[in-house]
Design a protein around this ligand. Structure first.
Ligand SMILES: Nc1ncnc2c1ncn2[C@@H]1O[C@H](COP(=O)(O)OP(=O)(O)OP(=O)(O)O)[C@@H](O)[C@H]1O
Length: 269
């Protein structure tokens, strides 16, 4: 059964531009607008270098916008906050710590009382299928298992928003599918707001309520496509005509963008 969530806006991005200085100035993002409703699962697709990771790290509070505004739950995003958790392609676990020690590193480091996190940490590791791996070290885990720890660890601090940067990008196809189903299962329980960056069109459609397609750099939002597939989602949906039609639509937008960027590049050469 899915939890009821308060209606309203979780993330709002208005006219955001980002330019990196240095010897060669790089305009990474231009006039980005985006609204994520509370509990919404949104994916962002776009060519390599179009600014997806930059946008995510700005939403996490790691980078500042050059202009424009970004807010989370009505408050301007100025710095990192535990309400917005990042999950990266590599789980970046401490190799010298066990699964359990990695899991509880952050609350322990903040001197939180054990009663506030230990039970929850145990339940989360069970939920991602790692209940029997507390004493293992990262080198003893597969890529998928490490990423499970990464997701469980991000959820431990009960973030309201999960910012996921190609979290399954390094996994093989089978593990990737399993992780997608696991993520949907976890998400359906408490419907945190998710922004999920990926290069994989199928993954974006399969997981999301809405898919954003970005233009080539400088990145801006080219299209917002609502995904009308029912939930819960199941891998069988990947072969339905409805899914194929959505894939065709998204692929068309991406191809159009690649062609436009190539034409611009050759005109400028
Ligand atoms: N710290 C930085 N300093 C200078 N330029 C940067 C910095 N971070 C990113 N860029 C540039 O900004 C642009 C957008 O990069 P970003 O990593 O956000 O793209 P992306 O869409 O996530 O790419 P990919 O899909 O390949 O991961 C690129 O041209 C990149 O070189």
């Amino acid at each position: 059964m899915s939890a009821a969530i308060e209606p309203g806006i979780a993330i709002e991005v208005r006219n955001v531009c980002k330019t990196f200085g240095g010897a060669r100035e790089v305009v990474a993002l231009r006039d980005v607008d985006l609204t994520l409703q509370r509990g919404e699962f949104a994916a962002v697709l776009g060519a390599s270098g179009c600014g997806k990771s930059t946008l995510l790290s700005m939403l996490a509070g790691f980078e500042k916008a050059s202009s424009g505004t970004m807010s989370a739950f009505g408050h301007s995003i100025e710095k990192p906050d535990p309400e917005r958790a990042m999950v990266f392609q590599e789980a970046a676990l401490f190799p010298w710590l066990s699964v359990w020690e990695n899991m509880v590193f952050s609350p322990k480091n903040r001197s939180m009382p054990k009663a506030r996190y230990e039970d929850k940490a145990r339940r989360l590791l069970d939920a991602v299928g790692l209940g029997a791996f507390h004493h293992h070290h990262p080198e003893q885990l597969s890529g998928g298992m490490k990423q499970r720890v990464g997701i469980a660890r991000a959820l431990l601090m009960e973030p309201k928003v999960l910012l996921m940067d190609e979290p399954f990008g390094a996994l093989d196809a089978q593990t990737r599918l399993e992780m997608q189903e696991l993520l949907l299962d976890i998400w359906s329980r408490d419907k945190r707001t998710v922004m999920f960056i990926t290069h994989d069109i199928e993954e974006a459609i399969f997981l999301s309520d809405v898919v954003y397609v970005m233009t080539a750099r400088p990145g801006t939002m080219k299209a917002r496509i609502e995904i009308p597939l029912g939930r819960p989602r199941h891998v069988d949906m990947l072969t339905t005509p409805e899914f194929s039609e959505l894939r065709r639509q998204v692929m068309g937008l991406i191809r159009e963008e690649v062609a436009r960027a190539r034409a611009e590049a050759s005109a400028a050469a």
